[in-house]
Design a protein around this ligand. Structure first.
Ligand SMILES: Cc1ncc(C[n+]2csc(CCOP(=O)(O)OP(=O)(O)O)c2C)c(N)n1
Ligand SMILES: [Mg+2]
Length: 464
């Protein structure tokens, strides 16, 4: 059912309001939400509530009592199955078919094997950098499986499972990790900073939290597009970020504007307990990131990130809410301990005990939890597991070899796609680079780059 939007002009501003549903029923009889009426209210002398635009429906009280959040009960964590893979509410069950559950399981296993192999490859000096998602595979794979391929996604960096679930191939991963000529970014980004126009996933940026306001902006654009194209299925924007990134100002600005503009967006926070070496106890004093949603007037849920069925159902429901009445933002905090090091540049045992990590690994894991569920239905066994792992390993290593053998991108790409035409200053830089490469041939192996040094000459030729 799609909503059509009409508009009326109020004091020079256009206010969008729903006129009629496609099934013909009027929606204008509904009581408008408080934020729509806020600018008109005023307090009367006999009022029992503060009818002030800044604090709607606040009752007067003669009790002097500060809010003390530390005494509140913590926000609950939504689960569908327990640690043994048993479904908690048999009547509600899991809204995932057996084939689909098997596909999700295989993707999580593939991701975890790719992570292990790439981490090792970095240690061997064959890759410059890598980041694993160990323990957080269920969040990425599960949430991505609940979205529409047309939805627009912004990731942080620990969400390779989102790419995998959307169809990013092993070759796509490896070409980016090796920065070879087939890398869509032409070698201009660090490894793991994937992007895919085809899959509607924006390229990852190292600068923490910048993706959060980008999502709010994209969701606003989608809101307008959804209004203008009522016959096209509406889309949402989805943002992934860590609880550490939520300490940046960008997070607060983004959630606030998303709420005031009522944009169709899901903000998925992966709370894994650490921002590199900083534990959550040093990051905030409130009840996680979920408690902040209420402050912005945003529908919020906390979810067990080790439970892929809970992740999927929460994301599906969030998507439905995000498109309700023309759009609104939703915040989901997904809890899953970071069992791996932050990145290959980090040794987490310098700031946390080995036993802490081992405890978490033993306690819970999204892959073993789904495996238990599958085994409970005779859909999986040790032989299938061995066969899957051996096949995935071979496929990953084959893609790795192919990517490692590919030529590097042409050197000229380092200067392109910034200005439409080369600037005089850029031309000077190109000449300087050519000179250095010619003077120190033993220092720079330019032949591994497509076209060698000659590709730089193309930049200096006048464009026809
Ligand atoms: C603006 C900015 N500040 C600092 C950093 C360095 N940095 C990279 S990742 C990271 C921690 C982020 O933690 P979190 O958001 O919880 O994600 P996680 O790594 O736990 O998945 C920091 C501080 C950065 N990349 N950008
Ligand atoms: Mg974190």
């Amino acid at each position: 059912m799609s909503l059509r939007f009409g508009s009326r002009r109020v004091r020079g501003r256009i206010i969008w309001r729903p006129t009629a549903c496609s099934n013909g029923s009027k929606t204008s009889s509904k009581v408008p939400p408080a934020w729509q009426t806020a600018r008109a209210v005023a307090s009367t002398p006999t009022a029992e509530k503060v009818l002030f635009p800044g604090a709607l429906n606040s009752e007067f009280t003669n009790t002097l009592k500060f809010l003390t959040p530390s005494t509140n009960k913590a926000i609950p964590t939504y689960r569908v199955m327990d640690q043994s893979g048993r479904v908690l509410d048999k009547e509600v069950g899991v809204d995932t078919g057996e084939e689909e559950a098997l596909a999700l399981y295989k993707n999580m296993v593939c991701l975890s094997i790719m992570d292990l192999l790439m981490f090792e490859a970095q240690r061997q000096g064959r890759l410059s950098f890598y980041m694993v998602s160990a323990g957080e595979e269920g969040i990425a794979v599960g949430s991505a499986s609940a979205l529409s391929p047309a939805d627009v996604i912004f990731c942080q960096y620990r969400e390779s499972g989102v790419y995998m679930q959307r169809g990013f191939t092993l070759d796509d991963f490896m070409n980016q990790l090796f920065s070879n000529r087939k890398d869509a970014g032409l070698g201009r980004n660090m490894p793991v900073h994937y992007g895919s126009k085809k899959l509607n996933i924006h390229t990852i940026s190292s600068t923490l939290a910048t993706q959060i306001p980008h999502t709010a902006g994209a969701a606003y654009a989608l809101k307008l597009q959804n209004m203008q194209q009522p016959d096209v299925p509406p889309r949402i924007a989805v943002c992934y970020f860590g609880e550490g990134a939520a300490s940046e100002g960008d997070f607060h600005a983004a959630l606030n504007i998303a709420a005031t503009r009522q944009v169709p967006a899901i903000f998925i926070c992966r709370n894994n307990g650490y921002a590199i070496s900083t534990p959550t106890s040093d990051q905030y004093r409130g009840d996680g990131i979920a408690s902040r949603g209420a402050g912005y007037g945003i529908d919020t849920l906390r979810v067990d990130g080790n439970d892929i069925f809970a992740v999927r159902r929460a994301t599906k429901e969030a998507r439905r809410l995000a498109l309700e009445n023309g759009g609104k933002p939703v915040l989901i905090e997904m809890m899953a301990y970071r069992v791996g090091h932050h990145s290959t540049s980090d040794d987490s045992f310098a700031y946390r005990q080995r036993v802490e990590v081992e405890d978490w690994k033993r306690r819970d894991n999204p892959i073993t939890r789904l495996r238990k569920w599958l085994e409970g239905r005779n859909l999986w066994d040790e032989d299938k597991e061995r066969e899957l792992r051996s096949r995935q390993r071979k496929e990953i290593l084959a893609a790795f070899d192919r990517a490692e053998k590919e030529k590097k991108p042409a050197i000229k790409h380092a200067f392109e796609d910034v200005w439409e035409h080369m600037t005089e200053e850029q031309k000077m830089h190109v000449e300087e680079l050519k000179d250095i490469l010619h003077r120190y041939p033993k220092e720079y192996d330019v032949e591994q780059h497509e076209g060698g040094v000659a590709s730089l000459d193309e930049l200096l030729q006048p464009k026809r």
